[in-house]
Design a protein around this ligand. Structure first.
Ligand code: CUA
Length: 157
């Protein structure tokens, strides 16, 4: 084997180890999750929020031109939310400020991610995919309240 081939092979091996290490670091240390497309769930047409465990909630969110339903969600601090997202019309985006949440809202499909809110405060969310004339109005917030507060969802206030 030529010396340059050996070098190219060694370099490729080192890069593989580096990339694998970066993926493991993101998954274990940074707790970054990749959204999942749920294939065994019918796309829903209305929003739902319910408590599924002592500190876990399930949120089904619908995107449409040009709003998210619900646009306001209230949850107690420490909540872990199983979040399901679909679209009623065209493709929208969904991101939550200061959280590792970045989903696409795709018509006919349901995307899923789990997110935990350990700090109280307001978490702004918005559509990040240009979707037409009123794209800039597609926003809302998740309000994380101190212990003892109830859950609630509704229109933007
Ligand atoms: Cu929906 Cu931009």
């Amino acid at each position: 084997m030529d010396k340059s081939e050996k070098m190219a092979l060694s370099l490729s091996g080192m890069l593989l180890i580096l990339f694998f290490g970066a993926i493991m670091y993101a998954a274990v240390v940074e707790d970054i999750q990749v959204p999942t497309c749920i294939t065994d769930m019918e796309p829903f047409t209305s929003d739902t929020l319910f408590q599924s465990g002592p500190e876990t909630y399930e949120l089904q969110m619908v995107a449409r031109m040009w709003a998210f339903q619900p646009s306001t969600v209230r949850l107690p601090v420490g909540s872990t939310v199983d979040m399901y997202l679909t679209s009623q019309d065209i493709t929208h985006g969904f991101m939550i400020e200061n959280k590792n949440v970045n989903l696409m809202a795709v018509p006919g499909a349901v995307n899923y991610i789990q997110v935990t809110f350990d700090e109280p405060g307001e978490y702004f969310f918005a559509c990040h995919e240009f979707c037409g004339a009123a794209h800039h109005t597609m926003a809302g917030r998740i309000i994380i309240e101190e212990e003892g507060a109830g859950t609630q969802m509704g229109a933007l206030q």
